[in-house]
Design a protein around this ligand. Structure first.
Ligand code: C2E
Ligand code: CA
Ligand code: CA
Ligand code: CA
Length: 275
């Protein structure tokens, strides 16, 4: 069977005849990978679109599997979730990323993606704080990104989680906005620090009718709620120009390069004099 992730990572396992075998191999691989430290943080630049300056990095998980090569998170995160291992996996990555980010200039932030399964653990804020304390990393430089699927019906509970994280100084950002089912009522009662517009809207700007109107509406919504906006998935100058015309946004995307290893990040920061 041949498997291709949507980011173009491919591998061949001719002896694996069916999905079940493949899945079992992945599960075994993930267990071994956790023990052997095969999960590696990559980093994507986050840019202030007004002045083009780097403000920080989003950590994106990669699996350096000895058998499969570099595996994308869309492949292994859902499986780690179903195995009940997502918290352990994520915490391993966050520990590494905190050590990496400690070297960066003190005005650069580190942002990490959090699974709904992790976020729904009432002990999550404490677990996270423990990692920050252990690494001696200032919570003010740390941000989490949660998706709309974290926002279950118990709005009061979600709210208290966000408030408790923010009370520690951690920023809580709403990721992939527009793709889920969150209502305006939820958004109004949940104190997010920032809203991230999903790539599907950003990449459609200038190509599909209505896309820039939607992005425009989200930007106004954010302004009205006092929540600044990040646009993800910026790939070309035209999109960048359109976004810059909309207001004070942050942005990310391949236009600034692909997610990088810590070695590449170090080189970049050295060049900028920000290491
Ligand atoms: P996301 O949080 O929406 O992250 C953005 C994804 O879009 C990343 O894919 C990034 O490499 C890709 N991307 C960035 N700029 C562009 C662009 O200009 N064009 C295109 N086509 N793509 C762009 P990646 O790294 O494969 O991550 C996929 C998803 O996996 C992430 O989506 C996030 O939801 C999840 N993920 C990654 N790391 C973690 C993690 O440590 N924990 C959890 N729970 N989820 C993670
Ligand atoms: Ca994200
Ligand atoms: Ca996204
Ligand atoms: Ca410095």
């Amino acid at each position: 069977a041949k498997k291709c992730g949507k980011n173009g990572y491919c591998w061949f396992e001719p002896q694996m005849e069916n999905e079940l075998q493949f899945r079992n191999a992945l599960e075994t691989g993930i267990r071994e990978g956790l023990v052997n430290g095969e999960f590696v943080p990559y980093y994507e630049q986050q840019i202030d679109l007004e002045n083009g300056e780097l403000t920080g990095f989003e950590m994106l998980a990669r699996w350096h599997s000895p058998r499969l090569g570099v595996v994308a998170p869309d492949v292994f995160i859902p499986i780690a979730e179903s195995m009940g291992l997502i918290a352990e996996l994520s915490e391993q990555l966050i520990e590494q990323a905190l050590e990496d980010a400690k070297e960066w200039d003190a005005d650069l932030t580190l942002s990490v993606n959090i699974s709904p399964l992790q976020f729904n653990d009432p002990w999550f804020p404490q677990r996270l704080l423990k990692l920050l304390v252990k690494a001696n990393f200032p919570p003010q430089r740390f941000e989490i990104e949660i998706t709309e699927s974290c926002l279950h019906d118990n709005v009061a509970l979600v709210r208290s989680m966000i408030v408790s994280l923010r009370n520690q100084g951690i920023k809580v950002n709403l990721d992939d906005f527009g793709t889920g089912y969150s209502s305006f009522a939820q958004l109004r009662s949940l104190p997010f620090d920032r809203i991230k517009i999903d790539r599907s809207f950003v990449s459609a700007i200038g190509r599909e009718g209505g896309a820039s109107q939607i992005v425009n509406a989200i930007v106004s919504l954010g302004q009205g709620l006092g929540m600044p906006i990040t646009a993800e998935g910026i790939e070309d100058d035209e999109t960048l120009d359109n976004l810059r015309a909309l207001g004070q946004l942050k942005g990310q995307g391949y236009i600034y390069g692909r997610p990088e290893t810590i070695e590449q990040v170090r080189e970049r920061l050295e060049g900028l004099g920000r290491l």
